[in-house]
Write a protein that binds this ligand. Sequence first.
Ligand SMILES: Nc1ncnc2c1ncn2[C@@H]1O[C@H](COP(=O)(O)OP(=O)(O)OP(=O)(O)O)[C@@H](O)[C@H]1O
Ligand SMILES: [Mg+2]
Length: 253
Amino acid sequence: MNMDAVEFKGISKSFGKRRVLDGLDLHIPQGKITFILGKSGEGKSVTIKHIMGLLKPDAGQIIVDGEDIVGKTKEEFRQYRKKFGMLFQHAALFDSMTVGENVLFPLVEHHRTSMQTMLTRVEEVLAQVGLPNIQHKYPTELSTGEKKRVGLARALVTKPHIILYDEPTTGMDPLVSEMIDGLIVQMSKEEQDLTSIVISHDLKAALQTAEYIVFLYQGKVALAGTPAAFRAAKDPVVRQFFSGKVEGPMEFL
Ligand SMILES: Nc1ncnc2c1ncn2[C@@H]1O[C@H](COP(=O)(O)OP(=O)(O)OP(=O)(O)O)[C@@H](O)[C@H]1O
Ligand SMILES: [Mg+2]
């Protein structure tokens, strides 16, 4: 069945006088890699925060795995967030903990299984991101790319339903960026039914990596579709984003 992992129906959100999301209708297909694109300040992070229940919309419905999440209680949100893995822009590892302890951390928080089972899972997920046998190292001993991979292992260790990547490659050198994009694809293939949501400025990566792209502009979806649909798009705002030019119909606030 072709279900959406996440659906926004008429989501509006303002901060003071600024309306960031303006009746946003959004579909994120299940089991695929979706890139959310948009220029800085268009509400990409605000959108992700709504999906995770960290922000409450002023109006509209947010359906995740068939369930309207708006109006959940604090305790219900705590349970709900176990669905997600999150890879932050800066890997955000705990420097005082070893790699193994970093990856173990969410398991201990979320799951009540034996320590042996959890340690086996830590080994398994580190091998999956191509870093076997580094559990005893500390984050300061790792390269930027390795830190990212450990961050990815930590995001995946609980076998989340949905993984969120907020600007996973911004500020990385091209080789590391390509490696991360490759891992996003690899993880999506290996983990059955995993929905990957990637926030990005990187149009080139989106065209290569995404199966579905959502382009946000002025609080709404300007265009959503496959990379092929984006390549063929005639919409002047989308074309301007593609060209990277300041001149055009797109307004910079
Ligand atoms: N908690 C908040 N309080 C007030 N304003 C906020 C808050 N969170 C976000 N905003 C505003 O909402 C707008 C969208 O922010 P958001 O962080 O979603 O942008 P973005 O698309 O992720 O941009 P970037 O690409 O720079 O990360 C910005 O104008 C921002 O200042
Ligand atoms: Mg952001």
